[in-house]
Design a protein around this ligand. Structure first.
Ligand code: NAD
Ligand code: TDX
Length: 334
């Protein structure tokens, strides 16, 4: 099978490309990524020279390029997105370009080319905010609260429409907060690990009691494999690992793991529109597709902290911007 993976140089996409090729040695992947500020080809350095992985630098909203790439593709997995809530508050425009327009361009080209399946990687944030009780199910109404989640909800509705109107065999997944190796250090967990390692303060928004439902990135990738193999077109699948934690709990876990003092915690002004709690009911994917999370939170969080300790050079190059030079070294003279 030949896959088109978009956003395969980002956090989840790069973990997916590596994990998928390990388990599917006869398949090939075209990895289309624009290499925006968070796209990092170094995330897939270990696949250099592997003929099963072809990297193409480009924009998912580029109609001509997408039509050309889509011609002999069996399956699309769409990770490409602007993904950071705080950036969407500073400037929503790139979120509309990539998440909304880009998804529509991909859907249209996939329909024209007659691809076998289109897996759209979305987020639990499209459901908005939960009170202290309850869980998001696949039928929870969409109620996004940030420009990021609004743009993801818009993309989900376009996927739904392309399935219903044009019969595109598309599936939507909505996963909770991921953590693991290669996450861009603007997101809570890698930012706090790397700041703590450098004895810098950890900026906690508001009272630190907002709750997120955490899943190890490889469990998300395993769920996507199940959806690729067995997910029914037109369906939505929630993905989560039953690991609700307040931001304060996460922060204290990181500090304890690194042996750093709690005095590094600093309370700062809250994020505007900050959702209080997310929690996923993933019983549908568990019962229908037979997927279950395999990485318990305590152990996978320990491994994650250890990864950032062992890969100091990776995140220092990201924080300094030096990772950008790698593309030029690799592709500048080709
Ligand atoms: P990321 O920001 O680390 O990676 C996004 C990738 O998309 C980058 O490599 C970037 O260069 C690429 N990209 C951006 N705009 C592009 C464009 N116009 N054309 C081609 N490539 C482009 O994001 P992530 O955390 O890996 O998230 C991947 C997907 O998973 C996103 O769709 C996100 O909404 C979704 N998601 C993320 C989480 C999470 O916790 N990180 C949870 C649920 C769902
Ligand atoms: O410096 C910080 N301080 C802080 O208190 C940052 C960056 C975050 N936070 C809080 C805000 C959230 O309550 O931590 C929580 C997690 O924040 P993020 O890492 O920015 O993630 P979140 O906003 O929950 O969104 C993430 O999960 C769902 C991803 O970024 C999205 O792409 C995904 O869809």
């Amino acid at each position: 099978m030949k896959l088109l993976v978009t956003g395969g140089c980002g956090f989840i996409g790069s973990n997916f490309v590596r994990h998928y090729l390990e388990g599917h040695p006869d398949d090939t992947i075209v990895n289309l990524d624009l290499l925006t500020y968070c796209g990092n080809l170094e995330n897939l350095r270990d696949l250099e020279g592997d003929e099963r992985h072809r990297f193409v630098r480009g924009d998912i909203a580029d109609r001509e390029l997408i039509a050309e790439l889509m011609r002999d593709i069996d399956l699309v997995v769409n990770f490409a997105a602007e993904s950071h809530v705080d950036r969407s508050i500073l400037d929503p425009s790139p979120f509309i370009h990539t998440n909304v327009l880009g998804t529509q361009v991909l859907l249209h080209a996939a329909k024209e080319a007659g691809v076998g399946k289109f897996v759209h990687v979305s987020t639990d944030e499209v459901y908005g905010d939960l009170g202290p009780e309850g869980y998001f199910t696949e039928t929870t109404p969409l109620a996004p609260n940030s420009p990021y989640s609004a743009s993801k909800a818009a993309s989900d509705l376009l996927v739904r429409a392309y399935h219903r109107t044009f019969g595109l065999p598309a599936v939507i997944t909505r996963c909770s907060n991921n953590y693991g190796p290669y996450q861009f250090p603007e997101k809570l967990i890698p930012l706090f690990i790397t700041n703590a390692m450098a004895d810098e303060s950890l900026p906690i928004y508001g009272d630190g009691l907002n709750v997120r439902d955490w899943i190890y990135v490889i469990d998300h990738c395993r769920a996507l494999e199940a959806v690729i193999d067995r997910g029914r077109p037109g369906e939505v699948y929630n993905i989560g690992a039953d690991s609700e934690r307040t931001n304060m709990e996460i922060t204290k876990t990181i500090l304890a793991e690194l042996g750093k003092p709690e005095s590094l915690m600093t309370f700062v002004k809250d994020r505007p529109g900050h959702d209080r709690r997310y929690a996923i009911d993933s019983s549908k994917i568990q019962s229908e597709l037979g997927w279950q999370p395999a990485f318990p939170f305590a152990q996978a969080m320990k491994q994650t902290v250890a990864w950032y300790v062992e890969n100091r050079e990776w995140w220092q190059r990201v924080k300094s911007g030096a990772y950008r030079d790698y593309y030029e070294e690799q592709y500048g003279c080709r």
